[in-house]
Design a protein around this ligand. Structure first.
Ligand SMILES: [Zn+2]
Ligand SMILES: [Zn+2]
Ligand SMILES: [Zn+2]
Ligand SMILES: [Zn+2]
Length: 351
Protein backbone atom coordinates (compact mmCIF):
# COMPACT_ATOMS: atom_id res chain seq x y z
CA UNK A 1 0.00 0.00 0.00
CA UNK A 2 1.43 3.40 -0.96
CA UNK A 3 1.38 6.11 1.73
CA UNK A 4 -1.41 7.89 -0.18
CA UNK A 5 -3.47 4.71 -0.33
CA UNK A 6 -2.87 4.35 3.39
CA UNK A 7 -4.27 7.85 4.00
CA UNK A 8 -7.34 7.09 1.86
CA UNK A 9 -7.83 3.86 3.77
CA UNK A 10 -7.43 5.51 7.16
CA UNK A 11 -9.72 8.44 6.24
CA UNK A 12 -12.44 6.08 4.99
CA UNK A 13 -12.13 3.75 7.97
CA UNK A 14 -12.34 6.74 10.29
CA UNK A 15 -15.42 8.00 8.43
CA UNK A 16 -17.27 4.71 8.95
CA UNK A 17 -16.24 4.73 12.60
CA UNK A 18 -17.69 8.26 13.00
CA UNK A 19 -20.83 7.19 11.14
CA UNK A 20 -21.36 4.17 13.41
CA UNK A 21 -20.88 6.41 16.46
CA UNK A 22 -23.19 9.07 15.05
CA UNK A 23 -25.95 6.47 14.85
CA UNK A 24 -25.20 4.56 18.06
CA UNK A 25 -24.85 7.53 20.42
CA UNK A 26 -28.01 9.26 19.25
CA UNK A 27 -30.16 8.32 22.22
CA UNK A 28 -27.68 9.43 24.88
CA UNK A 29 -26.33 12.45 23.10
CA UNK A 30 -28.08 13.88 20.06
CA UNK A 31 -25.47 16.65 19.94
CA UNK A 32 -22.48 14.34 19.42
CA UNK A 33 -24.57 12.25 17.10
CA UNK A 34 -25.10 15.27 14.81
CA UNK A 35 -21.41 16.21 14.96
CA UNK A 36 -20.10 12.72 14.23
CA UNK A 37 -22.62 11.91 11.53
CA UNK A 38 -21.85 15.16 9.71
CA UNK A 39 -18.08 14.61 9.98
CA UNK A 40 -18.53 11.14 8.48
CA UNK A 41 -20.37 12.51 5.44
CA UNK A 42 -17.69 15.14 4.84
CA UNK A 43 -14.88 12.61 5.27
CA UNK A 44 -16.38 10.23 2.72
CA UNK A 45 -16.73 13.02 0.14
CA UNK A 46 -13.10 13.95 0.81
CA UNK A 47 -12.04 10.33 0.46
CA UNK A 48 -13.65 10.23 -2.98
CA UNK A 49 -11.89 13.48 -3.92
CA UNK A 50 -8.60 12.03 -2.74
CA UNK A 51 -8.93 9.28 -5.33
CA UNK A 52 -8.61 12.02 -7.98
CA UNK A 53 -5.66 13.74 -6.31
CA UNK A 54 -4.62 14.17 -2.68
CA UNK A 55 -4.21 17.95 -3.02
CA UNK A 56 -7.93 18.35 -3.79
CA UNK A 57 -8.86 17.86 -0.15
CA UNK A 58 -6.62 20.75 0.85
CA UNK A 59 -8.50 24.06 0.96
CA UNK A 60 -5.97 25.76 -1.39
CA UNK A 61 -4.61 23.01 -3.67
CA UNK A 62 -2.11 25.41 -5.26
CA UNK A 63 -0.40 25.77 -1.87
CA UNK A 64 -0.63 22.07 -0.98
CA UNK A 65 2.51 20.54 0.45
CA UNK A 66 2.85 16.77 0.49
CA UNK A 67 4.97 16.59 3.65
CA UNK A 68 2.46 18.73 5.56
CA UNK A 69 -0.40 16.73 4.09
CA UNK A 70 1.11 13.45 5.23
CA UNK A 71 1.51 14.93 8.71
CA UNK A 72 -2.16 15.98 8.72
CA UNK A 73 -1.13 19.63 8.94
CA UNK A 74 -3.50 21.39 6.51
CA UNK A 75 -6.84 23.21 6.27
CA UNK A 76 -9.27 20.94 4.50
CA UNK A 77 -11.80 21.68 1.78
CA UNK A 78 -15.32 22.93 2.63
CA UNK A 79 -18.45 20.98 1.73
CA UNK A 80 -19.29 23.51 -0.99
CA UNK A 81 -15.82 23.34 -2.56
CA UNK A 82 -15.80 19.55 -2.28
CA UNK A 83 -18.98 19.44 -4.36
CA UNK A 84 -17.56 21.87 -6.95
CA UNK A 85 -14.27 19.96 -7.22
CA UNK A 86 -16.01 16.61 -7.59
CA UNK A 87 -18.03 18.12 -10.40
CA UNK A 88 -15.21 19.97 -12.15
CA UNK A 89 -12.37 17.51 -11.70
CA UNK A 90 -14.07 14.13 -11.46
CA UNK A 91 -17.22 14.93 -13.51
CA UNK A 92 -19.24 13.62 -10.58
CA UNK A 93 -22.17 15.81 -9.66
CA UNK A 94 -23.56 14.71 -6.32
CA UNK A 95 -26.89 16.42 -7.22
CA UNK A 96 -28.91 19.24 -5.66
CA UNK A 97 -30.98 17.02 -3.36
CA UNK A 98 -27.91 15.29 -1.96
CA UNK A 99 -26.10 18.58 -1.46
CA UNK A 100 -29.15 20.13 0.24
CA UNK A 101 -29.37 17.22 2.67
CA UNK A 102 -25.64 17.37 3.52
CA UNK A 103 -25.91 21.16 3.89
CA UNK A 104 -28.83 20.82 6.34
CA UNK A 105 -26.73 18.42 8.37
CA UNK A 106 -23.78 20.84 8.42
CA UNK A 107 -25.96 23.80 9.40
CA UNK A 108 -27.38 21.81 12.29
CA UNK A 109 -23.87 20.77 13.32
CA UNK A 110 -22.68 24.40 13.29
CA UNK A 111 -25.57 25.41 15.54
CA UNK A 112 -24.81 22.57 17.93
CA UNK A 113 -21.14 23.53 18.09
CA UNK A 114 -21.69 27.24 18.64
CA UNK A 115 -24.65 27.34 21.00
CA UNK A 116 -25.25 25.37 24.12
CA UNK A 117 -28.86 24.11 24.12
CA UNK A 118 -29.08 21.16 26.42
CA UNK A 119 -32.84 21.25 26.86
CA UNK A 120 -33.50 21.86 23.20
CA UNK A 121 -31.40 19.00 21.90
CA UNK A 122 -33.27 16.49 24.02
CA UNK A 123 -36.67 17.76 22.97
CA UNK A 124 -38.66 15.08 21.07
CA UNK A 125 -39.28 17.30 18.08
CA UNK A 126 -35.61 18.16 17.68
CA UNK A 127 -34.71 14.49 18.00
CA UNK A 128 -37.13 13.53 15.23
CA UNK A 129 -35.69 16.30 13.08
CA UNK A 130 -32.16 14.98 13.60
CA UNK A 131 -33.12 11.42 12.68
CA UNK A 132 -34.97 12.70 9.60
CA UNK A 133 -31.83 14.58 8.54
CA UNK A 134 -29.74 11.44 9.07
CA UNK A 135 -32.16 9.34 6.99
CA UNK A 136 -32.13 11.78 4.09
CA UNK A 137 -28.35 12.13 4.13
CA UNK A 138 -27.78 8.39 4.37
CA UNK A 139 -30.09 7.80 1.41
CA UNK A 140 -27.92 10.10 -0.72
CA UNK A 141 -24.61 8.99 0.72
CA UNK A 142 -25.43 5.31 0.26
CA UNK A 143 -26.41 5.99 -3.34
CA UNK A 144 -23.09 7.79 -3.97
CA UNK A 145 -21.05 5.03 -2.32
CA UNK A 146 -22.82 2.50 -4.55
CA UNK A 147 -22.08 4.61 -7.59
CA UNK A 148 -18.43 4.90 -6.44
CA UNK A 149 -18.11 1.19 -5.82
CA UNK A 150 -14.86 1.17 -7.81
CA UNK A 151 -13.23 3.24 -5.06
CA UNK A 152 -14.99 1.92 -1.97
CA UNK A 153 -15.21 -1.80 -2.81
CA UNK A 154 -12.99 -2.71 0.17
CA UNK A 155 -15.60 -1.20 2.49
CA UNK A 156 -18.61 -3.31 1.52
CA UNK A 157 -19.10 -4.67 5.03
CA UNK A 158 -18.84 -1.19 6.62
CA UNK A 159 -21.44 0.13 4.17
CA UNK A 160 -23.78 -2.82 4.86
CA UNK A 161 -23.27 -2.36 8.59
CA UNK A 162 -24.14 1.36 8.39
CA UNK A 163 -27.23 0.55 6.32
CA UNK A 164 -28.44 -1.94 8.94
CA UNK A 165 -27.77 0.53 11.75
CA UNK A 166 -29.70 3.23 9.88
CA UNK A 167 -32.69 0.91 9.51
CA UNK A 168 -32.74 0.56 13.31
CA UNK A 169 -32.26 4.31 13.70
CA UNK A 170 -35.59 4.92 11.93
CA UNK A 171 -37.57 3.78 14.98
CA UNK A 172 -37.22 7.28 16.44
CA UNK A 173 -39.56 8.49 13.69
CA UNK A 174 -42.36 6.09 14.65
CA UNK A 175 -44.11 8.65 16.87
CA UNK A 176 -44.13 11.18 14.04
CA UNK A 177 -45.50 8.55 11.65
CA UNK A 178 -48.25 7.72 14.12
CA UNK A 179 -49.22 11.36 14.51
CA UNK A 180 -49.55 11.64 10.73
CA UNK A 181 -51.99 8.73 10.42
CA UNK A 182 -55.10 10.90 9.78
CA UNK A 183 -53.31 12.85 7.06
CA UNK A 184 -52.04 9.67 5.40
CA UNK A 185 -55.50 8.11 5.56
CA UNK A 186 -56.95 11.19 3.89
CA UNK A 187 -54.42 10.91 1.06
CA UNK A 188 -55.34 7.24 0.63
CA UNK A 189 -59.03 8.15 0.50
CA UNK A 190 -58.30 10.76 -2.17
CA UNK A 191 -56.78 7.92 -4.26
CA UNK A 192 -53.29 9.22 -3.70
CA UNK A 193 -52.02 6.33 -1.61
CA UNK A 194 -48.73 7.00 0.19
CA UNK A 195 -45.74 4.91 -0.94
CA UNK A 196 -42.72 3.65 0.96
CA UNK A 197 -40.14 6.41 1.44
CA UNK A 198 -36.65 5.29 0.41
CA UNK A 199 -35.03 7.41 3.12
CA UNK A 200 -37.00 6.59 6.29
CA UNK A 201 -38.81 3.40 5.25
CA UNK A 202 -42.28 4.55 6.36
CA UNK A 203 -45.24 4.36 4.01
CA UNK A 204 -45.56 8.12 4.14
CA UNK A 205 -44.35 9.44 0.77
CA UNK A 206 -47.17 11.24 -1.02
CA UNK A 207 -46.94 10.77 -4.79
CA UNK A 208 -47.40 13.39 -7.44
CA UNK A 209 -47.70 11.03 -10.37
CA UNK A 210 -46.41 11.89 -13.82
CA UNK A 211 -47.89 8.71 -15.27
CA UNK A 212 -48.49 5.11 -14.22
CA UNK A 213 -44.74 4.41 -13.84
CA UNK A 214 -43.08 7.66 -12.75
CA UNK A 215 -43.93 9.80 -9.70
CA UNK A 216 -42.29 12.53 -7.61
CA UNK A 217 -42.83 11.97 -3.91
CA UNK A 218 -42.51 13.99 -0.72
CA UNK A 219 -42.33 12.16 2.56
CA UNK A 220 -44.44 13.60 5.37
CA UNK A 221 -42.30 11.90 8.02
CA UNK A 222 -38.76 12.87 6.98
CA UNK A 223 -39.32 15.52 4.25
CA UNK A 224 -37.30 13.50 1.78
CA UNK A 225 -38.13 14.17 -1.87
CA UNK A 226 -37.50 11.60 -4.54
CA UNK A 227 -38.59 10.45 -7.95
CA UNK A 228 -39.61 6.80 -8.17
CA UNK A 229 -39.89 4.66 -11.24
CA UNK A 230 -41.84 1.40 -11.12
CA UNK A 231 -40.94 -1.14 -13.76
CA UNK A 232 -40.09 -4.75 -14.42
CA UNK A 233 -36.39 -5.53 -14.03
CA UNK A 234 -34.93 -5.84 -17.55
CA UNK A 235 -32.97 -8.92 -16.39
CA UNK A 236 -35.39 -10.93 -14.24
CA UNK A 237 -38.78 -9.33 -15.14
CA UNK A 238 -39.75 -8.96 -11.46
CA UNK A 239 -41.45 -5.68 -10.43
CA UNK A 240 -38.99 -3.22 -8.86
CA UNK A 241 -38.97 0.39 -7.66
CA UNK A 242 -36.01 2.64 -8.43
CA UNK A 243 -35.51 5.97 -6.63
CA UNK A 244 -33.49 8.96 -7.81
CA UNK A 245 -30.72 7.16 -9.64
CA UNK A 246 -30.39 5.22 -12.86
CA UNK A 247 -27.49 3.12 -11.52
CA UNK A 248 -28.66 0.40 -9.15
CA UNK A 249 -28.44 -3.30 -8.46
CA UNK A 250 -31.71 -5.22 -8.76
CA UNK A 251 -32.70 -6.45 -5.30
CA UNK A 252 -34.34 -9.50 -6.87
CA UNK A 253 -31.60 -10.83 -9.17
CA UNK A 254 -28.48 -8.84 -8.26
CA UNK A 255 -27.88 -7.66 -11.84
CA UNK A 256 -26.95 -4.04 -12.40
CA UNK A 257 -29.44 -1.67 -13.98
CA UNK A 258 -28.13 1.36 -15.85
CA UNK A 259 -29.77 4.42 -17.46
CA UNK A 260 -29.65 2.72 -20.87
CA UNK A 261 -31.82 -0.14 -19.53
CA UNK A 262 -34.26 2.35 -18.05
CA UNK A 263 -34.37 4.37 -21.28
CA UNK A 264 -35.13 1.21 -23.23
CA UNK A 265 -37.85 0.14 -20.77
CA UNK A 266 -39.49 3.58 -20.56
CA UNK A 267 -39.49 4.45 -24.26
CA UNK A 268 -42.83 4.15 -25.99
CA UNK A 269 -41.45 2.40 -29.05
CA UNK A 270 -44.76 2.42 -30.89
CA UNK A 271 -45.21 6.19 -30.51
CA UNK A 272 -41.53 6.77 -31.35
CA UNK A 273 -41.88 4.82 -34.59
CA UNK A 274 -45.05 6.60 -35.70
CA UNK A 275 -43.58 10.02 -34.80
CA UNK A 276 -40.41 9.29 -36.72
CA UNK A 277 -42.39 8.44 -39.87
CA UNK A 278 -43.86 11.94 -39.53
CA UNK A 279 -40.41 13.47 -39.15
CA UNK A 280 -40.92 14.19 -35.44
CA UNK A 281 -37.67 13.48 -33.51
CA UNK A 282 -39.00 14.32 -30.07
CA UNK A 283 -39.66 10.66 -29.24
CA UNK A 284 -36.04 9.72 -29.92
CA UNK A 285 -33.51 9.75 -27.04
CA UNK A 286 -32.66 13.32 -25.98
CA UNK A 287 -29.69 14.84 -24.13
CA UNK A 288 -30.08 16.06 -20.56
CA UNK A 289 -29.38 19.72 -19.81
CA UNK A 290 -29.31 18.99 -16.07
CA UNK A 291 -26.78 16.15 -15.74
CA UNK A 292 -25.39 16.74 -19.27
CA UNK A 293 -25.62 13.09 -20.15
CA UNK A 294 -26.00 11.85 -23.73
CA UNK A 295 -29.34 10.41 -24.89
CA UNK A 296 -30.60 9.61 -21.39
CA UNK A 297 -33.89 11.54 -21.65
CA UNK A 298 -37.05 9.81 -22.85
CA UNK A 299 -40.41 11.33 -23.72
CA UNK A 300 -43.36 10.40 -21.51
CA UNK A 301 -46.53 11.90 -22.94
CA UNK A 302 -46.03 15.66 -22.70
CA UNK A 303 -43.05 15.36 -20.34
CA UNK A 304 -39.42 14.35 -20.59
CA UNK A 305 -37.71 12.14 -18.05
CA UNK A 306 -33.94 11.72 -17.60
CA UNK A 307 -33.05 8.11 -16.82
CA UNK A 308 -29.70 9.19 -15.36
CA UNK A 309 -30.53 12.08 -12.98
CA UNK A 310 -34.34 11.52 -12.84
CA UNK A 311 -35.16 15.13 -13.66
CA UNK A 312 -38.60 15.71 -15.17
CA UNK A 313 -38.85 18.55 -17.72
CA UNK A 314 -41.77 19.81 -19.70
CA UNK A 315 -40.01 21.03 -22.80
CA UNK A 316 -37.06 20.37 -25.07
CA UNK A 317 -35.18 22.58 -27.49
CA UNK A 318 -32.77 22.02 -30.32
CA UNK A 319 -29.20 23.19 -29.87
CA UNK A 320 -28.74 26.15 -32.21
CA UNK A 321 -25.29 24.89 -33.15
CA UNK A 322 -25.47 21.09 -33.55
CA UNK A 323 -29.23 20.58 -33.79
CA UNK A 324 -29.39 17.95 -31.02
CA UNK A 325 -32.47 18.02 -28.76
CA UNK A 326 -31.77 18.90 -25.11
CA UNK A 327 -33.80 19.59 -21.98
CA UNK A 328 -33.04 22.91 -20.26
CA UNK A 329 -32.23 26.33 -21.65
CA UNK A 330 -30.70 26.48 -25.16
CA UNK A 331 -30.73 30.27 -25.41
CA UNK A 332 -26.99 30.78 -25.91
CA UNK A 333 -26.34 27.42 -27.51
CA UNK A 334 -25.24 28.83 -30.88
CA UNK A 335 -22.11 30.17 -29.20
CA UNK A 336 -21.78 28.09 -26.03
CA UNK A 337 -23.05 24.76 -27.34
CA UNK A 338 -25.05 22.17 -25.48
CA UNK A 339 -24.37 19.08 -23.37
CA UNK A 340 -22.79 17.34 -26.37
CA UNK A 341 -21.12 20.13 -28.39
CA UNK A 342 -19.02 23.22 -27.69
CA UNK A 343 -20.93 25.51 -30.05
CA UNK A 344 -19.36 28.07 -32.34
CA UNK A 345 -16.89 29.10 -29.64
CA UNK A 346 -15.45 25.59 -29.46
CA UNK A 347 -15.37 25.25 -33.24
CA UNK A 348 -13.41 28.49 -33.65
CA UNK A 349 -10.97 27.43 -30.97
CA UNK A 350 -10.24 24.18 -32.83
CA UNK A 351 -9.69 26.04 -36.09
ZN1 LIG B 1 -39.30 9.50 4.71
ZN1 LIG C 1 -33.74 -8.28 -11.56
ZN1 LIG D 1 -30.16 14.06 -16.44
ZN1 LIG E 1 -25.10 21.24 -29.50
Amino acid sequence: MTPRDAIFDSLTRNAFDFLARGIAEFDESPKYSVIHFCAAVEMLLKARLMREHWSLIVSKPEQANLAKFMAGDFVSVTLEDARARLRDVASEDIGDDAYASFRALANHRNKMVHFFHNALENDEKTKAQIVAEHCRSWFHLHRLLTRWDGYFHDFGSEIAHADRAMKGHRKYLAAKFKALKPELAAARKARNAPKVCSACGFKSAIPDALDHQIASLRCLVCDHVETQVELECPHCDKPIVIANDGFITCEQCGESIEPKHLAEALTDHGAAHIAMMDGDDSWQPINCGNCEDYHTVVRRGEHYFCTNCFEISNHIEQCEWCGEYNTGDMEHSYFAGCSVCDGKAGWEKDD
